[in-house]
Write a protein that binds this ligand. Sequence first.
Ligand code: HEC
Ligand code: HEC
Length: 456
Amino acid sequence: MELHMPPPRRLALAAALFAFSILAAAAPDGKQLYATHCAACHGDDGNGDGLAAAYVTPKPRDFTKGLFKIRSTPSGEMPTDEDLFQIITHGMPGSAMTGVPFLSGEERRALVAAVKDFIKNKPAGTPKPIAVGPEPPASPATLAEGKQIYALMQCAKCHGEGGKGDGPSAKDLRDSAGDPIKVRDFTNGVYLGGPADRDLYLRFTTGLDGTPMPSYADSLTDAQRWALVHYVQSLRSPRREEFVAPADGQLRAARADGPLTTDPAAKAWDKAADFRVPLTALWPSPHPLVGVHVRALHDGNKFALRLEWEADSPVRPGVKPEDLADAAALQFSVKGTAPFIGMGDEKNPANIWFWKLARQADTTAKKPAVSDMNATGAGPVEDQPPAQQNVTGRGGWSGGKWRVVFLRDVQSKDANDVPFAAGASAPVAFAVWTRAPDEKDALKSISTWYRLALEK
Ligand code: HEC
Ligand code: HEC
């Protein structure tokens, strides 16, 4: 998989995790939670140089600099605790920053404090959010006004005339760390700070600190900024589906009428609830995958999940079966904890079920399409021995969609497998690899942790 880490550094990480866990107290320990869930990207010292940082673009934030993009406070000021709390909860769609909604509110507040602790030269005083007045109703007039302002303010220089992020200046932009930065593409409806009208209003009013995206608090009136919000929202492609995670984080597997199979087109799936799980890509792409449909069922003996996502035809002239990039993985936590999203850690191994089109398509290799694997962090993922391979599955492509089924016995005797039981639940996370026809490499998109519950 995409995240690799050389063994000596993994040992150091494990040692650090162990040291923190000894200190764990009853109240949430923000430093320990940070070490578990954040340090792999943001670094032990919060300066953005975690071991996984090399594999994501844009780069994890260096907290010591005290520059935050998503704020309700004026340009150049610190975010409020609530701003940080929201980012830590929901992540930043369009970047590798996945939120931790599965942690308790108290735990997420402890993480806010841990992030703030890293900031050097923190200004004194409590940051104050700007007041957001009521939103004027959208009308053809506000849309027309927004379009005019978009032209007047030369948004198109960066964002392009149609808002696809392809303006003439877009190629050469850098952030304050000197890294190349991509301009947001409005047609996808994916926003770091959320897609609501109020979110966009705040971005126009406060800017995104550390990026070329300025604040328009001084150059545009309140009404003009709202008009701009309405216009930018109108550029969203109506074909882009919205993926909104279930509010309680639960994905429920109902009892199927008959025995389950690996057939992705089986009728049984039509009756299963359709959960729309948001995904975020680990690096920028003009064709980001923003979510995956997840359905789950069990028949008492076996349980199955079906993932469905939009994808171009897997038939690629001249591409050998072993080079086909489409793939999907389910991640479970063997101990039932929700550890680091990058495949757990030494004490909390991950059980990975990995479907690869390349394996399914390569009939000469005689390998099953799905493998049952384990990992202990963002390092190598290893196949379980053949005798322990107890997950089957199959993918089918039709009508611009992949549908892939994963199937296993509810009970497993294997200590490396995630234990399941009817009436119980366990953490699950998702990853999907897609490749657009015009791209050389597959794009990996990931979710945060959910809970899969098998109904009684
Ligand atoms: C897989 C890597 C990864 C992990 C794990 C991760 N982050 Fe991030 N984080 C990022 C990236 C990448 C960015 C920058 C995104 C951008 O600037 O567009 C970021 C940005 C942030 C920001 C800046 C928000 C802003 O308004 O600018 C905060 C705060 C943050 N992360 C907190 C956390 C916390 C707390 C955790 C652990 C619970 C965490 N992150 C885990 C990758 C990660
Ligand atoms: C100098 C180039 C530049 C100009 C001019 C500019 N932007 Fe941006 N804008 C950016 C960049 C770069 C980003 C992406 C920042 C990031 O990903 O961290 C961005 C991000 C955004 C976002 C996304 C916020 C989010 O939550 O993801 C919106 C909305 C936006 N710009 C709207 C506008 C509008 C409307 C205008 C004109 C009033 C404008 N921008 C002018 C460069 C620019």
